[in-house]
Ligand binder design. Structure first.
Ligand code: HEC
Length: 264
């Protein structure tokens, strides 16, 4: 139990008793509503970013590979980093519910949207560095997340080969040009000829997860050393006027639409 959180709550409980007897001044000052809002939205009771200690990328990749077989891509990336930080740092990592993120599997509940390993990498980097909205010193949390997606899109994956692969046959590499599960898995299935439920496809995704975890920890270590340099410059909303991935022509063909606001 968080001491300060607990005493804060205690404070507000007491404040409530005061209000019952002499509440008019407090209520009219609006103070009660403000504090209630702050608690609902986060604010002072939320304590993050969380401390980071440098990790070995290869160890992390091995953990991610094996965790894929338990909790799949998204939770495996989170687990590969946070399980080590549970040892090195302790709380709050010990209380983080890693397995809750099993829903990222299959591009979130099997819908083939964002590849869970990219979602996991973004959760980890934002938890450790902070969210964009928290100010300029937290900007790199989102930037490392964006870099993860750029790297995922441009790299022949899987790039990491586990020390003891569960599937011994060759696993080919494909470049997705997209951070989406459906497109990444689809291009690999087309080129390899393996079905979604095959051991080869499963091991491919476990290795992709390991590859993402490896790359993520390289970036986090560089950030910790103050040598991290942002790589992705993709800013879809300001560049093309809509949230987007970069592979426009794959979906739109030659006729990429112009967003309404840019027409006039
Ligand atoms: C994963 C597939 C996919 C990718 C990649 C993609 N789009 Fe789209 N986009 C769609 C679909 C589907 C719609 C829905 C409208 C439609 O049917 O044309 C849409 C809608 C839009 C719209 C709004 C509809 C309109 O006619 O104004 C714009 C603008 C747009 N896309 C531009 C882009 C640009 C620019 C890129 C690349 C930077 C891009 N899209 C990448 C699938 C995609």
């Amino acid at each position: 139990m968080d001491e300060t959180l607990f005493s804060r709550r205690g404070f507000f409980r007491n404040a409530g008793l005061v209000t019952a007897t002499a509440g008019i001044a407090l209520a009219s000052s609006g103070m009660l509503n403000l504090t209630k809002d702050a608690e609902a939205k986060g604010g002072p009771t939320e304590k993050w970013p969380w401390p980071y200690e440098k990790l070995d990328p290869e160890n992390t990749a091995e953990l991610a590979y094996n965790e894929w077989y338990r909790v799949f891509c998204g939770a495996a990336v989170i687990s590969s980093v946070f399980s080590q930080l549970r040892e090195k740092v302790g709380e709050p990592y010990k209380s983080f519910p890693i397995d809750a993120y099993v829903f990222l599997e299959g591009g979130m509940a099997g819908w083939g949207t964002i590849c869970g390993s990219n979602a996991g990498a973004n959760i980890v980097s934002n938890m450790i560095i902070g969210p964009r909205i928290a100010g300029p010193e937290c900007e790199n949390g989102a930037q490392i997340g964006a870099d993860a997606m750029q790297w995922y899109s441009e790299t022949a994956l899987p790039s990491y080969t586990p020390k003891e692969p569960r599937v011994k046959s060759a696993i080919i590499q494909t470049t997705s040009n997209s951070p989406l599960c459906h497109i990444s898995v689809g291009k690999w299935m087309k080129k390899s000829g393996y079905a979604i439920s095959s051991p080869e496809r499963r091991d491919r995704c476990a290795r992709v997860t390991a590859s993402v975890a490896f790359h993520l920890v390289q970036d986090l270590n560089a950030w910790k050393d103050n040598t991290y340099k942002p790589k992705s410059t993709w800013k879809a909303v300001s560049n093309v006027g809509i949230t987007a991935q970069q592979n426009c022509t794959e979906c739109h063909g030659a006729n990429i639409p112009t967003p309404p606001s840019a027409k006039k």
